[in-house]
Design a protein around this ligand. Structure first.
Ligand code: PEP
Ligand code: MG
Length: 574
């Protein structure tokens, strides 16, 4: 602790909570290559044996993480086992040994780095996060070849672990009883270091550029403080900083207690309008937490996470188990299962796709159904089978018009008639569409009576309405969900749903922002689906608002010039 000012670094929030204390740097000495080899054949065999050892060790790690109560997170290590045996990776490494004559350590390191670079170059945050997994596996094979112990961190006292990046295998084995927090110079919130930190409830900040240089300058023995909600990292915090962090820690603990205590309260405005608050989830393991925070169902289950990081698609039975687990956790409340939303910018290895100049405008999501009907029919079969356990809604992503609704219906009919022929027990599942392309809203009257519900995917809707790629940081100005153009489309969707007498919800990020959520209520939306962590704050915002005020201001906002104008209106109300 110092009396001078701390060095303040702005990173990216990755796992909520605050921490302060001494830090320990994780640094992995790379296994050293011995140079060239005389007998390439024997060297390839040595590499394959090391890869198999790492594959088996990954399976053991998966069993340990499962036994520790984190079955979802354990899947990372099953994926690692698969990567360690991935023929593409091993063939590329073997070719380096045979053609370039380098040893197995250099060959596997080079092959893993190439795959990781390819993943990063795809410009998708989720896939870039997987680059760390490939590097982790490559490094562990190298260590095995060099006879080095597996990389790990020793914490002699409660500490914050800092690193350039933290391999998942190291994150999973950190001694949690002495781990205060994690601060990474690189990485992203969707990389596995962050996913594991969230699962274990460890505060974490990633993308803290300049952190390692500042720690070097401050010397060993200095302290660190981090805020996993704001993304702030303080190197050498002052006494005042530490006092502030301790106050925050107390407030966070109180907030958590209050949030759980309020879980049963309805989200109802002061003038009596009820809003359904639902959860967005990406894996079955998130269901229990969402129920406990008061989610009244699942408005969006992003199933693509079950399909990534593997070399074959999940079987129908595997999917029935994953969906059935969530359906059982929520029954009699409904669970909305979104059909596979991949392709374009989110490739998966076992779906051969053509390169496209504009992947966001290309053959993605439901548009893959013509070329790959089986993958959708299998998923639909699993949805209908899971519906035996409780109400299920099946939602198609990237619907553009009535033609896409017809495709959805055709696939669903095929799934149900196949299941009937197989004599399988099935439940009732409603079909619905995501509204994330403006044309789907503009033509909603032409198909709305053929579906049971519609849900606005405002993340994609915003990018397609304003022609602004959602992953391009230079276009931040166009990514404000209170933009009057987006609000106009929301209004049109509400009116179309009313005319057809079907339900409309919003499941884009907008629904989890308290201010934007109020805007949506003002526009007539009565179901909001969001990350479970956002439910308490949105519920509180709704309980102090009046629907009549919101309605009046949002009607006026449709003529506003900018999102800032709309925001100013909403702020005048509170
Ligand atoms: C959306 O586009 O708003 C949405 C909810 O789907 P995703 O973010 O998964 O594309
Ligand atoms: Mg979308």
């Amino acid at each position: 602790m110092t009396t001078e000012n701390a060095v303040r670094i702005r990173g990216v929030a990755a796992s909520p909570g605050v921490a302060h204390g001494p830090w320990v740097r994780f640094e992995r000495a790379a296994p050293v290559s011995a140079g060239r080899v005389a007998e390439p054949k024997a060297e390839v065999a040595r590499m394959l044996a090391a890869a198999e050892t790492v594959g088996k060790a990954s399976e053991r790690l998966a069993a340990e993480v499962t036994a520790a109560g984190h079955p979802d997170e354990a899947k990372v290590f099953l994926a690692h086992a698969m990567m360690a045996r991935d023929p593409d990776l091993l063939d590329a490494a073997a070719a380096r040994i045979r053609v370039e004559g380098v040893d197995a350590i250099a060959a596997i390191a080079g092959a893993a780095a190439t795959v990781a670079d390819q993943l990063r170059a795809l410009g998708d945050e989720l896939l870039a996060g997987r680059a760390a997994d490939v590097m982790d596996v490559g490094d562990r094979i190298g260590r095995e070849l060099a006879g080095l112990a597996s990389a790990g961190v020793r914490l002699l006292e409660p500490s914050i672990v800092v690193a350039e990046d933290l391999p998942p295998s190291v994150t999973a084995t950190l001694p949690r009883e002495r781990l205060l927090g994690i601060a990474l110079e690189a990485s992203s919130p969707t990389a596995h270091a962050a996913i594991l930190a969230r699962a274990y409830g460890i505060p974490a900040v990633v993308g803290a550029t300049g952190l390692l240089a500042s720690l070097k300058a401050s010397g060993p023995g200095s302290a660190l403080a981090l805020d996993g909600e704001s993304g702030e990292v303080l190197v050498s915090p002052t006494r005042d900083d530490v006092a502030r962090y301790e106050t925050r820690a107390g407030a966070i603990a109180r907030d958590r207690g209050r949030d759980l205590g309020e879980a049963a309260l309805p989200a109802i405005t002061r003038d009596g309008v009820a809003v359904d608050l639902l959860a967005n989830i990406g894996s079955p393991g998130e269901a229990a937490g969402a129920v406990s925070i008061g989610a009244r169902g699942v408005g969006l289950f992003r199933t693509e996470f079950l399909f990534l990081e593997r070399s074959t698609p999940p079987s129908e039975d595997e999917q029935v188990e994953a969906y059935g687990h969530v359906v059982a956790a929520f029954a009699p409340r409904p669970v909305t299962i979104r059909l596979l939303d991949v392709g374009g910018d989110k490739p998966i290895p076992y779906l051969p796709l053509k390169d496209e100049a504009n992947p966001f405008l290309g053959v993605r999501a439901l548009r893959l159904a013509d070329r790959q009907p089986e993958i959708f029919v299998t998923q639909l079969r699993a949805c209908y089978r899971a519906a035996v356990k409780g109400p299920v809604k099946i939602m198609a992503p990237m619907v553009a018009d009535a033609g896409d609704v017809a495709t959805l219906r055709r696939l669903a009919d095929r799934a149900t008639s196949e299941l009937a022929a197989d004599g399988r027990a099935i439940g009732v599942a409603e079909l619905g569409v995501m509204l994330e392309i403006p044309s789907a809203i503009l033509t909603a009257d032409s198909y709305a009576r053929e579906v049971g519900f519609m849900s606005l995917g405002t993340n994609d809707l915003l990018q397609y309405t304003l022609a602004a790629d959602r992953g391009n940081p230079a276009l931040e100005r166009y990514r404000d969900s209170l933009h009057p153009a987006l609000l106009q489309l929301v209004r049109l969707a509400v009116q179309a749903a009313e005319r057809s007498g079907i339900e409309l919800s919003v499941c884009g990020e907008m629904a989890g922002d308290p201010e934007a959520a109020l805007a949506l209520v003002g526009l007539g939306v009565r179901a909001l689906s969001m990350s479970p962590a956002s439910i308490p704050q949105v519920r509180r915002a709704i309980r102090v608002a009046k629907k009549a005020d919101l309605e009046r201001e949002m009607l006026a906002s449709l003529g506003d010039r900018s999102a800032d104008d709309v925001r100013a209106r909403l702020r005048r109300l509170v």
